[in-house]
Design a protein around this ligand. Structure first.
Ligand code: SF4
Length: 228
């Protein structure tokens, strides 16, 4: 059974241009020190699972209002059962988006191959270097797995975005440039302002990010770079 720990009945922002419900799966293979859902990610056993059938009934009931379902976490792609789960939601007529940290490329590839997922949003925590990435993810990272997931998405079999939250402690401008050069020509890359949480996990102001994005656009022509 999938560890569904929560449901947000209505979101205007989690699926681009569509009203969505958001499902939160517990557990994560990373332990990012800045995680906003740390208990959900690292101590999922502390939270009760929602009954899967009740979740489906709720989605069925809200079909007239909602267009999409976002599956987030924690890390949704920890669980092979997620494939059947997504297929069932898709069968109900919903668009499906999955948020992932990209650390299970095999499952990412399988999910895309089913054709049941419409949108993938993948975090790139920092530069694609073992030491830096491990610091940001809070575990010893095999950086090849992240690179593999990026390559899978670059095949364009599904709509996707990459996103980096610019936390100065873990991400420098040079790191952003390195990410850009690796993911080019991505469908979309979002630099996200770190505007929540503890002071030690803050990043540049939005105007500073805007200035830097102009430099990036100058360096990498026709790059689909956005800020949020
Ligand atoms: S990958 Fe996401 S959910 Fe997992 S620990 Fe990091 S921030 Fe939290």
């Amino acid at each position: 059974m999938l560890p569904i720990k929560g449901i947000r009945a209505l979101s205007l922002i989690d699926y681009p241009k569509h009203l969505s419900a958001v499902l939160f799966l517990g557990g994560c293979n990373f332990k990012c020190p800045f995680c906003h859902n740390y208990d959900l990610a690292v101590y999922p056993e502390k939270m009760e699972n929602l009954d899967e059938n009740s979740v489906f009934s709720e989605l069925e009931r809200r079909k007239k209002i909602l267009e999409a379902v976002v599956i987030t976490g924690g890390e949704p792609l920890l669980y092979p059962e997620v494939i059947a789960f997504i297929a069932q939601i898709k069968k109900m007529g919903y668009l499906v988006k999955v948020d992932t940290n990209g650390y299970t490329p095999e499952l990412l590839e399988k999910v895309i191959e089913t054709g049941s997922v419409d949108f993938i949003s993948m975090d790139i925590k920092t530069a694609l270097e073992t030491e830096k990435y491990s610091k940001a993810a809070g575990i010893k990272v095999d950086i090849e797995k992240i690179k593999q997931s990026i390559q899978i998405l670059l095949k364009n079999q599904v709509e996707y975005e990459f996103r980096t939250t610019w936390i100065s402690k873990f991400v420098s401008f040079e790191d952003i440039l390195q990410i850009c050069s690796f993911i080019l020509p991505a469908q979309a890359y979002y630099i996200q302002q770190a505007n929540e949480g503890l002071e030690e996990f803050q990043g540049p102001e939005i105007r500073e990010i805007e200035k830097k994005s102009l430099i990036i656009k100058e360096k990498f022509k026709d790059f689909n770079l956005f800020i949020r």
